[in-house]
Design a binder for this molecule. Structure first.
Ligand code: TEU
Ligand code: CA
Length: 617
């Protein structure tokens, strides 16, 4: 049991402790090596509390200790033996955000028929598997992440028959298709919630977190989309509260209720029986909440941007629920699972993905998407040195029993190219460099729709052009905090999820957006994606499953080797200045197999990346 008498090294030995302390030090610009220093490691928590207690507050330490003591398990990274082979480790995934992917009937909303029309394009690109963001019946308050009927297709997108056609067309091309599983919450228009509201004695009242025993809001939790995390209703002249971690129309399911788990598992099996190959599982680490839903610590709330999150981002029954979903829903169909796990660090990710744990196959970790000390709603230039640090850390330490997802963009984030530079003349070079890093690293590449087109952020001009419920909440919060409309819009513009949600520019002449929101496709980049995906598959033993070893990581450059049956050296210029190329490979028998500039020069041009292969005798 960890207590105030525990030493920092004992705390650092706990997987949750390590992840939280690493993140804290990183955000303060300090090295986590500090905590492996024997002198510092001997310090007791009570001493640290005396030093920083005022700043962090007592609640922080209570919550910290309570959280760490929930995890008795340890999973150390496996470095020996072989990596278990699997189709989803060798596949290149492509995330489709249906409402903006391809509109086949000109109503301005993407649809299933539009996706079908692009399957050959995706196959030619080298894509092996699709991840569809939600296509279920939904009021679209959070663009489909608020599901009203899990077994019905949203009419704007098409019909169940069209979905079956899409699925068979995908399988005919020997591709896989995974769907988005959103079961931390349902829409407030879901029949379960509507019944729970209208029939207090129905079993569905226990499907959600309702409270009718208090006149004041049940706790101090805030929503991910700003404001309190509770809706207020009126029942028999009394206040009735219901929990929502996200929008006011996304009501949290109560996973402690076995009937909720059974109904969710039944729904998952329904889709898997139809032939779906697996699921991306929306905020799946949030489903287990601490009993009693205790207040959140304000310091942690400040740090994480959501008050109360320490009570559910890694809840007490998370592993139990994940194991039940895996054994009762996924295993019988040998289905693939990738969890979306905001807030989990490497050690907690290991605890939910290590192959011995039978919980999830993979997760999306988001720690690389912002430079330390920065947040998404902030106009700053992303530091590629940090991307290098992140990649070296995960490629070197995640272990052979776990498998990384490799991505830069999704429907929740601005474009990585624009984070690095807003100079349009650099966009193409940065896009190519990022592609080399993604396709020569160990893990599964997840492209987001349009990555292969080199899309950058959009030039929205006002909040009138922003539809995202999260951005609107953020804008309101900024105005309430005293920002002017222009200041608030500038902050929202930097981080709005809308950048990942504009219709793709298949034919820029069409489309419902004004000229300035339509982007040209970087066709050369699309070819480069095809070449790199081909190379990765051609040399799968080395570029997918091979070893990873850093050869050079001085400022501005990142050189590493991947070794399987072949040996590759990847030489990357992470900066917008010319850099020396990595010399030793030139003397040895290496040949240049790829360069983002097409030339083998003594120097690396800004953002140039080269791939060298050892010539086999
Ligand atoms: O996102 C959850 C999540 O991690 C978000 O809080 C995300 O961190 C933030 O929006 C920006 O990074 C998932 C879905 O991807 C998102 O589209 C949904 O809005 C959300 O869950 C609720 O379902
Ligand atoms: Ca349409």
């Amino acid at each position: 049991m960890l207590t105030y008498n525990s030493t920092l090294s004992e705390l650092y030995n706990n997987p949750i402790g390590r992840d939280i302390m690493d993140k804290l030090l990183l955000s303060m610009g300090m090295s986590s090596r500090l905590l492996t220093n024997p002198i510092i490691g001997r310090r007791k928590l009570k001493t640290v509390r005396k030093l920083v207690g005022k700043k962090l507050g007592d609640g922080f330490f209570e919550a910290f200790l309570e959280l760490l003591n929930t995890e008795q398990d340890r999973v150390s990274p496996r470095e020996d033996g072989e990596i278990t082979r699997a189709w989803w480790k060798e596949a290149v995934f492509y995330q489709i955000y249906p409402r903006s992917f391809c509109d086949s009937n000109g109503d301005g909303v993407g649809d299933l028929r539009g996706i079908i029309s692009k399957l050959d394009y995706l196959k030619d690109l080298g894509v092996d598997a699709l991840w569809l963001s939600p296509i279920y019946d939904s009021p679209q308050d959070d663009n489909g992440y608020d599901i009203r009927d899990y077994r019905k297709i949203c009419e704007e997108f098409g019909s169940l028959e069209e979905f079956r056609e899409l699925l068979s067309e995908v399988h005919n091309r020997e591709m896989h298709l995974i769907m988005d599983l959103v079961v931390n919450h349902t829409s407030d228009e879901h029949e379960w919630f509507q019944t729970a509201l209208s029939e207090p004695n129905s079993k569905y009242r226990k499907y959600y977190y309702f409270r009718n025993d208090t006149d004041v809001i049940p706790n101090n939790w805030t929503s991910f989309f700003s404001g309190p995390a509770w809706n207020e209703y009126e029942e028999n002249d009394k206040r009735l509260w219901a929990l929502h971690s996200f929008s006011k129309k996304q009501m949290d399911l109560n996973w402690t209720n076995p009937e909720v788990r059974e109904d969710v598992i039944d729904m998952i099996r329904w889709w898997l029986a139809m032939g779906v190959d697996g699921f991306r599982m929306d905020v799946i680490n949030l489903i287990s909440k601490r009993d009693g839903l205790p207040d959140g610590d304000s310091t942690i709330g400040e740090m994480m941007g959501v008050r109360g999150i320490e009570n559910y981002f890694y809840g007490p029954k998370l592993h139990e629920y994940l194991r039940q979903i895996q054994s009762e829903a996924f295993a019988p169909y040998n289905a693939f699972s990738v969890g979306e796990t905001p807030g989990l660090g490497m050690n907690m990710c290991r605890l939910v993905t290590d192959e011995t744990r039978k919980e999830l196959d993979m997760v999306f970790n988001f720690d690389h998407l912002e430079s330390p000390g920065h947040t998404r709603f902030e106009d700053y230039r992303y530091d590629t040195e940090y991307l290098k640090k992140y990649m070296i850390d995960w490629q070197s330490h995640y272990g052979k029993g776990c498998w990384m997802s490799l991505f830069y963009n999704n429907h929740d984030n601005p474009k990585m190219i624009s984070k690095i530079s807003t100079d349009q003349s650099e966009a193409s070079a940065i896009g190519r460099m990022l592609a080399v890093l993604q396709f020569t690293s160990r893990g599964t590449p997840f492209l987001f729709q349009g990555d292969e087109m080199g899309l950058v952020n959009s030039e929205f001009r006002s909040m009138d052009e922003i539809t995202d419920v999260e951005s609107k909440g953020e804008y309101r919060k900024l105005l309430e905090a005293g920002k002017t409309e222009d200041e608030a819009f500038a902050i929202v513009l930097a981080g709005t999820r809308e950048h990942g949600r504009v219709l793709l520019p298949w034919n820029p002449s069409l489309g419902v957006h004004p000229e300035r929101l339509r982007q040209r496709v970087d066709k050369k980049l699309t070819e480069i994606y095809q070449d790199l995906i081909f190379l990765r598959k051609e040399y799968r033993d080395s570029l997918v499953y091979g070893t990873f070893q850093v050869l050079r990581d001085k400022k501005g450059v990142f050189t590493y080797e991947r070794v399987g049956t072949e040996r590759f050296v990847v030489d990357i210029n992470l900066s917008n200045r010319e850099q020396k190329s990595f010399e030793p490979k030139k003397q040895e028998a290496f040949e240049l197999v790829f360069s983002t500039t097409g030339m083998a020069t003594e120097k690396l041009a800004p953002y140039e990346a080269q791939i060298w292969m050892e010539v086999q005798e």
